[in-house]
Design a protein around this ligand. Structure first.
Ligand code: MV4
Length: 445
């Protein structure tokens, strides 16, 4: 087993990894930017090394500084968390070349899922359903018109180097196609230095349902059931839950088998997530694979009673998994509590938190790195913490969430708590009848 893990991240996920490492008897090294000197991850780690100025590019994305910190502290593994360098194949390669185990998949696995056309081709070969569309890169507007005419509008243009919604264009009729083609290409080039785009049939009002998977170095793969992440706003997830209220036993079986096929197709090693679009007829289509631990991993942990970070560390250390699948025994919901003003277009609200009271009690988990006096820096994401509830039923998990949200006190910055309070009382949310468009028709009272 590793003796000392460096955590190349900050905030709640750094703390989350430190907690599990300590339970496993593994020492930890925090790295931090000068904006994060007073962060809890710095105080709770066994050692801490400053790696640069506040801007991510000079600290949490600065590979030479992180490697230097690993070297001087004698860390034998690096946990990348999510965001920052978590899906950076070059970083994974550099870690491994320096004898520091990257706690995640190999650089080849990261690359094979990073390019969306390559990922889609791999899935077609593996027999995983994908959204109907053109084969590979679009070469011209005329080619795009031909494909769209054949499969019918609406269609969607996506960047092969994209993901997470950046640089997408929905096209409702042929008259719009040429302009959309040009802007999608220009946006892709500007955002990713790669102007490759491809086309798919646009699936209207889909649900976003993802399957958690795990694979080991010996070819065993399993699934750990689903999360419903349909409650999003501008591609930012706000609420996640497991199981999905839309799920049936049959659909879980089919999506679970497809997710395992997807992971097995690249001999996936580590924990990861297969994202699917699910239409109203319960047809499902591979969207992308996340080769990292995700923000919303906690709802899965709660419903299967299983520490996913521990599993990720064990797999990286060469342990075997049994290969048996996991099914939800409980219902869990996560609300992302952000320092944003929900009355003002969710505008970031960084600054000093003057008062904190975090909820507790039966069925409540808070994963957060903040305390009274903590300053949320303007340089990174605006997450204050994740509030997670678990109960026997969805209705009870919602009731517990409403109660916990009512107890949650954060003063000094605006938060998304009022949004979540209203959502937990919303009839449509409570009925489970929602899709990725739900928040477009939601206004805060
Ligand atoms: C789609 C789609 C409809 N049809 N692809 C958004 C994130 C990126 N991973 C892909 N996304 C979508 N791809 C087809 N063929 C609708 C979306 C989409 C979406 C997906 C999941 C969650 C929220 C979303 C919000 C808008 C659009």
């Amino acid at each position: 087993m590793f003796k000392k893990i460096l955590i190349a991240n900050r905030g709640e996920i750094a703390l989350r990894v430190i907690r599990t490492a300590r339970e496993m008897g593994i020492k930890t090294v925090a790295v931090y930017s000068t904006a994060d000197r007073d962060s809890l991850h710095v105080r709770f780690a066994d050692e801490a090394v400053c790696i640069g100025r506040p801007q991510s590019s000079e600290s949490y994305l600065n590979i030479p500084n992180i490697m230097a910190a690993a070297e001087i502290t004698n860390a034998d593994a690096i946990h990348p968390g999510y965001g920052f360098l978590a899906e950076n194949a070059k970083f994974a390669r550099i870690c491994n070349e320096h004898g520091v185990k990257f706690i995640g998949p190999t650089p080849e696995m990261i690359n094979s899922m990073g390019d969306k056309i390559t990922a889609k081709e791999t899935m077609i070969k593996a027999g995983v359903p994908v959204v109907p569309g053109g084969q590979g890169l679009l070469q011209s507007v005329d080619e795009a018109k031909g494909i769209a005419r054949e499969m019918g509008y609406p269609v969607i243009l996506k960047a092969t180097a994209g993901g997470g919604g950046k640089g997408m264009r929905i096209v409702w009729e042929e008259a719009e196609l040429e302009k959309a083609y040009d802007t999608a290409k220009a946006e892709a080039l500007a955002s990713f230095k790669n102007d490759g785009i491809y086309m798919e049939k646009f699936v209207e009002e889909p649900r976003h349902i993802e399957i958690q998977v795990a694979g080991d170095q010996f070819g065993n793969v399993c699934h750990l059931s689903e999360r419903d992440c349909s409650i999003q706003r501008r591609h930012q997830k706000l609420v996640e839950e497991s199981p999905s209220p839309f799920m049936t036993e049959e659909l879980r079986y089919k999506m679970g088998e497809a997710a395992k096929k997807a992971a097995a197709a690249i001999n996936y090693e580590s924990v990861g997530t297969i994202e699917f679009l699910v239409d109203k007829h319960r047809n499902f289509y591979f969207m992308e694979m996340n080769t990292r631990i995700q923000v919303e991993h906690c709802v899965t942990e709660e419903v299967i009673n299983y520490d996913l970070i521990k599993e990720q560390i064990l797999i990286a250390a060469g342990h075997r998994i049994s290969g048996k699948d996991y099914f939800p025994q409980m219902h869990s919901i996560e609300c992302r509590i952000n320092a944003e003003d929900p009355y003002n277009d969710f505008r970031p609200s960084p600054g000093k938190i003057t008062v904190v009271h975090q909820p507790g009690g039966h069925g409540v988990r808070v994963d957060s790195h903040v305390y009274a006096g903590y300053v949320i820096p303007p340089y990174y994401d605006s997450m204050i913490g994740k509030l997670i509830t678990v109960a026997q039923t969805r209705q009870e998990a919602i009731q517990t969430m409403y109660r916990a949200l009512s107890e949650y006190v954060i003063e000094g910055v605006k938060t998304t708590i009022p949004f979540h309070l209203q959502l937990m009382q919303d009839e449509r949310f409570r009925s489970g009848d929602f899709n990725t468009k739900f928040l477009e028709g939601f206004t805060l009272k």
